[in-house]
Design a protein around this ligand. Structure first.
Ligand SMILES: Nc1nc2c(ncn2[C@@H]2O[C@H](COP(=O)(O)OP(=O)(O)OP(=O)(O)O)[C@@H](O)[C@H]2O)c(=O)[nH]1
Ligand SMILES: [Mg+2]
Length: 201
């Protein structure tokens, strides 16, 4: 692991999914605002500690996908590929799950350790939606943490999961200094998650 047990966690998600609410919970007052290199897209960074780990958190711009050439999408994609965070957290709106899973699939294809924060569970419940979290986890092959960021529900679990995933991918951390700012390695084709035979919702 990195000499200072430092890991990088990137928060991705579609606009209005609750990324900044999650970011504020995680980092509290330890925040600063800058710009991503070469562009005017603002970059919020912060950090927190979990045991021996220091977690640097970046609140990425909201993007519906990583395919098109909007500045936000390019910034998000470049950040994930070049900085190689130990964990990417995709914050999704549980009450609009189908639409939000699109970005999750694209993040899976980047082959970065991923955690899905299934946010807005309050809204989903209010609308009578019953999401099978275990099944979603199995289908995606990554941890799914249900949360209601507005009331901090589930966010302690999210912290725990971020640390667990980061530790599991400690090889990332060991080589962080070498990988920093080096061009991304060619990506092997990612296994595409198969559509579920029975509905998740
Ligand atoms: N009902 C509900 N509202 C939430 C929850 N989390 C966040 N919100 C609200 O959703 C809105 C958007 O939250 P943000 O944290 O700003 O979302 P964001 O993803 O950072 O949005 P952009 O940066 O604009 O892409 C705010 O009004 C939040 O208060 C939640 O779990 N439940
Ligand atoms: Mg935001």
């Amino acid at each position: 692991m990195h000499a200072h047990n430092e890991i990088l966690a990137a928060l991705a998600g579609q606009p209005n999914s609750g990324k900044s609410t999650v970011f504020n919970y995680l980092t509290g007052l330890h925040q600063s605002i800058g710009n991503f290199p070469g562009v005017t897209v603002s970059k919020k960074e912060g950090h927190y500690h979990d045991g021996e780990l220091r977690i640097e958190v970046v609140d990425l711009p909201g993007t519906y996908s990583l395919t098109s050439y909007s500045q936000e999408e390019r910034v998000t994609r470049d950040f994930l590929l070049l900085e190689q965070p130990e964990v990417a957290v995709c914050v999704v709106d549980a009450s609009n799950l189908r639409r939000h899973l699109f970005l999750v699939f694209q993040l899976l294809e980047l082959q970065i350790p991923l955690v899905v924060c299934l946010n807005m569970m309050d809204t989903a419940k209010r609308r009578g939606m019953n999401i099978d979290v275990q099944k979603l986890e199995q289908e995606l092959g990554v941890p799914v943490v249900p949360a209601t960021a507005r009331t901090n529900e589930g966010l302690a679990d999210l912290r725990k999961t971020i640390s667990e995933v980061a530790k599991r991918h400690a090889h990332y951390t060991e080589s962080r200094e070498h990988h920093h700012h080096s061009p991304p390695a060619p990506l092997a084709p990612a296994p595409r998650p198969r559509p579920s035979p029975s509905p998740l919702i």
